[in-house]
Design a binder for this molecule. Sequence first.
Ligand SMILES: Cc1ncc(C[n+]2csc(CCOP(=O)(O)OP(=O)(O)O)c2C)c(N)n1
Length: 618
Amino acid sequence: MIPYKTYIPAGKKGKSLSVPAREKVELLSGNEAIARGAFEAGVRVASAYPGTPSTEILENFARYPDVYAEWAPNEKVAVEVAHGASMAGVRSLAVMKHVGVNVAADPIFTASYTGVRGGFVIVTADDPELHSSQNEQDNRHYAVAAKIPMLEPSDSWEAKEFTKLAFALSETYDTPVFLRSTTRISHAKGAVRQGEVSESSLAPGFVRDPAKWVMLPDHARRRHVIVEERMRALTAFAEEFEGNRIEWGDRDLGVITAGVPYQYVREVFPDASVLKLGMIHPLPSGLIREFAAGVSRLVVVEELDPHIEMHVKALGVSAQGKEIIPIVGELSPGIVRKGITGQEVPVRSFEVLPGRPPNLCPGCPHRGLFFVLNKCKVTVAGDIGCYTLAALPPLKGMDTCVCMGASLGNAFGIEKALGKAALGKVAAVIGDSTFLHSGIAPLIDIVYNRGFTTVIILDNRTTAMTGAQENPSTGRTLMGEVTRRLDLAALCRAVGVDHVYTVNPHDMAQTEAVLKRELFREEPSVIITEAPCVLLPDHRRKKRPVYEVIPDLCTGCMACSRLGCPAIEWLPFTPDEAVAAGEKASRKGMARINPLLCDGCNQCPPLCKFQAILEKKD
Ligand SMILES: Cc1ncc(C[n+]2csc(CCOP(=O)(O)OP(=O)(O)O)c2C)c(N)n1
């Protein structure tokens, strides 16, 4: 039996929330708790590619002693590194956001066949409601499709305990294990009790075993049989697992739930009977039947797809699910109440606040490039990063955005569809981290298949969107070591691009000249825009100028506002004020630069043909 200390809220089965005073209890986010759980489980190697809501797991894990943690160039590599460490008998962790599993799916599906040596856990942090993602796919389907068990915690406490359990399960059943989190679990804080750090009983070393590790068809065929046996054994485990538990209460309503929706159900229906599932693949059919038989009305409450509901209904058990609980977006206590009782949800206070659309930071180098792209009237096949915000007004500088690395292939496809008519009219735009994640292969495609795509790599020296992580082109590792800095220009030349140019995107005249020339080149070309992210500590420490608008020179033409810089404000005049100021009543107001926001990037002064924007003198 695998040890798992169930955390049961006060009042349920009589255990209490209070803990002995001498034990160290901390308030940790779900991500911090997963990192702690991995450390306590004796994980020695962890690899990840950043992505909200998963990023803080590796950032926290890297701070523990005697561990190795790295940012991989992408999620597929992260899984392969962690799988390799497991082959060598060391407990290992791979971490990614939900869409990262798409990138890593190839090794994951076959790692399911090879199994593990050291415990191997893959964290998928899903993002219902798309707080920071391009879709809200439900990764529980991956567990089913790859035949890999999946645990899903409902709070930080479980996040740590389930992480530890996942490693024990992995070694006991010779399988990778998925740990699924969602944004509300990853980012909400809860009490976590520190535990002992355990050492793996395995001696590190690679033991030759081709039938297990070399997935030739003949070997893989035999491993598939083992996978099916394993799933049967895990199904039996799911029936006994304490993390799948029935909390009997009022039998008029019974709810089957898991993950964060468990919290909403408990908040709204404290007296109802609940079957709380901690293991969501494989599901415990016997427990579900027992629970269903004990309640009058059965409802399945789960976020996104009807994963549990379909299983319940396939058992021939009658239940309500997606006909009353939304399939789109996050749930909340109000939504759960409305679904089950029909009672209206009170308007939440944040729904009446004015909208604040996201924007590039003041001084962001990406802004200069997109202003120029806009002027050039090209179709911009875009990608994912801070620069995706340039798709919004007033820059409106991006026409497509699908997934990481898609910009180059999309631009090339548009060109192939339009032929010579596309010359000068299409560009691909991609950030440095995203290019290294999945932009190199499509660049090779462009060169190999005789394209003329203009590719723009936005090198801001960091992976800004997810909170400034290092990447191979920054010259530092996750653990803070100085390393060889990947030379983006040399890499592009090495795959066969003869025309590679570097520009400063704050210098919009230079950027425009190079862009106009390269767009019409009948060969592939790469333009690297090189300027640091304004949030990098080195940049923040630099003394930078501040600009101001000279009121007497500003005509209120609003040319500067087309940059969409948050530091440029608009001061509207009432007609009386305009007259009082000696202006014509038709002048509607004037621009003003907020000195607290201005980063001194110098993008706006050249836009003012009245030279009204000048460097502020102290
Ligand atoms: C497959 C996948 N993994 C991770 C992410 C999260 N993510 C989106 S963009 C990005 C990197 C952005 O860095 P970069 O390309 O350098 O652009 P910047 O934000 O610095 O402008 C990351 C990690 C994602 N959307 N999809």
